[in-house]
Design a protein around this ligand. Structure first.
Ligand code: SF4
Length: 215
């Protein structure tokens, strides 16, 4: 896909959802960071069910550290990989208190040094909390990048680099939300709903799904 078409593709998604936001519920940088860590291989809806109770008991890194992995685990055992996530949230809270005065750092290297925080989570935090034009490539964005020709790549990092190179700077800040929501609700994994896709005109996918027959 050309750069000009990539711009049209993203502009079409932007027109469709002018004010995109993460669907994870959070109130502070710390609660967003924890919610994103908990969301690995789990739906946002499942995370949103457990975080109100968790953050009511432990709203700050110091309180989360005091709650400890066992206490965190009591709140999150309905989500996937909960034991490892409980350990990571306890450990990252301890690091925030010890190294960053209990604040979430606005720095990629410092974020990625936290337990359970990889490049994708750091990108979400840098974008949503600190307003940076990062691109957090999740399963939806990886699929869309390759399926549509917008940003073909064998790895999430390759897709991220292509998207950063092709999407105009003025659209980058919200592009990852537009793409995630597009993948979640329209360009779905098993059956993309091409007949109602606002970006179909610029998409290179060959087997576009026709509209379902009227009942
Ligand atoms: S036309 Fe279909 S494959 Fe292309 S972006 Fe839209 S939903 Fe996805």
């Amino acid at each position: 896909m050309s750069k000009a078409d990539a711009r049209c593709f993203i502009e079409a998604l932007a027109l469709d959802r002018p004010n995109p936001e993460t669907e994870l519920r959070y109130t502070t940088p710390f609660s967003l960071l924890v919610a994103v860590v908990l969301s690995a291989q789990t739906t946002d809806a499942a995370v949103n069910k457990v975080t109100p109770g968790l953050f009511a008991e432990a709203p700050t890194p110091a309180a989360m550290m005091a709650l400890g992995a066992a206490g965190i685990g009591r709140h999150i055992r309905t989500i996937g990989l909960w034991q490892g996530k409980a350990r990571n949230v306890a450990a990252l809270s301890e690091m925030l208190v010890r190294l960053h005065g209990g604040e979430v750092p606005a720095d990629r290297a410092a974020l990625e040094a936290l337990p359970g925080v990889g490049r994708k989570t750091a990108n979400v935090v840098l974008n949503v909390v600190f307003g940076e034009s990062t691109m957090a490539v999740d399963t939806h964005i990886f699929r869309i990048g390759n399926r549509t020709g917008l940003a073909p790549g064998a790895t999430p990092r390759a897709v991220e680099d292509q998207l950063l190179a092709r999407i105009p700077a003025t659209l980058l800040r919200h592009a990852h939300h537009w793409l995630i929501l597009h993948g979640r609700y329209v360009c779905k994994a098993r059956r993309p709903e091409c007949w109602r896709c606002p970006a179909a005109k610029w998409c290179r996918y060959q087997d576009k799904t026709p509209a379902p027959a009227a009942p």
